[in-house]
Write a protein that binds this ligand. Structure first.
Ligand code: BEZ
Length: 211
């Protein structure tokens, strides 16, 4: 069965552009974004890796490690990184796993044979420090991912892990949140001193509690 939210992300050993790694040792106590690429020297992937590399300071601020995978070998990845640096205004700064045998791609269900016999799809796994999978995204090869959206979800995940709120549609850092249904309205003032609005008995909003 494929991996689902709440599952423990499988551990593995693999070669990368920054040397051999054990996945859990690489993540340590951080969050992680683990994302797959159909193949090296492909245009959309080149822009995605460039964008992720330029955004690394934003991932660092959130204690998130980036790691990519493509089913070519590490030598090929290293050559490709030269092109990424040349064309994407970046100095590439995180590991890409070489997965020639597709071992890790299979472990994470990144191969969708009805979409492509040979390429991985564009999978994204966001993994919490306890190694539980918190987000799974799957995009087709033809559509590049939105890394601002991945950062937005991480902001929501890190907020809601520590406060009894959820984030509404299109929420972004700084916007009001919704109080989770398990909190009785009578208990909101004590828990959320910044105040709240009761729009419906089940729809109560409060300013973002952690800013
Ligand atoms: C790309 O990254 O540009 C790409 C990869 C596989 C199929 C189509 C596009």
């Amino acid at each position: 069965m494929s991996l689902q939210l709440g599952d423990i992300a499988p551990d593995f050993n693999a070669p990368t552009t920054l040397g051999d790694i054990n996945f859990y040792d690489y993540i340590k106590d951080s969050w992680a974004v683990f994302f797959s690429h159909p193949a090296d020297f492909t245009p959309v992937c080149t822009t995605e890796l460039g964008r992720a590399s330029r955004l690394k300071p934003e991932f660092d601020k959130r204690n998130v490690k980036l790691i990519a995978i493509s089913v070519d070998n590490v030598e090929s990845h290293k050559e490709w990184i030269k092109d990424i640096n040349e064309t994407q205004n970046t100095d590439f700064n995180f590991p890409i796993i070489g997965d020639e045998n597709k071992t890790v791609a299979q472990l994470y269900g990144m191969l969708h044979p009805n979409a492509s016999e040979t390429f991985t799809v564009r999978s994204v796994f966001v993994i919490a420090p306890d190694k539980k999978i918190k987000l799974i995204l799957t995009y087709p090869a033809s559509t590049g991912r939105n890394f601002d959206e991945i950062l937005r979800v991480i902001d929501s995940l890190q907020l809601t892990a520590n406060h009894s709120v959820a984030t509404p549609a299109d929420w972004k850092h700084g916007d009001d949140c919704v109080v989770v249904p398990s909190i009785a309205t009578a208990d909101i003032p004590a828990k959320f001193p910044k105040g709240f609005k009761e729009i419906k008995s089940y729809l109560r909003t409060t300013p973002q509690p952690n800013i």
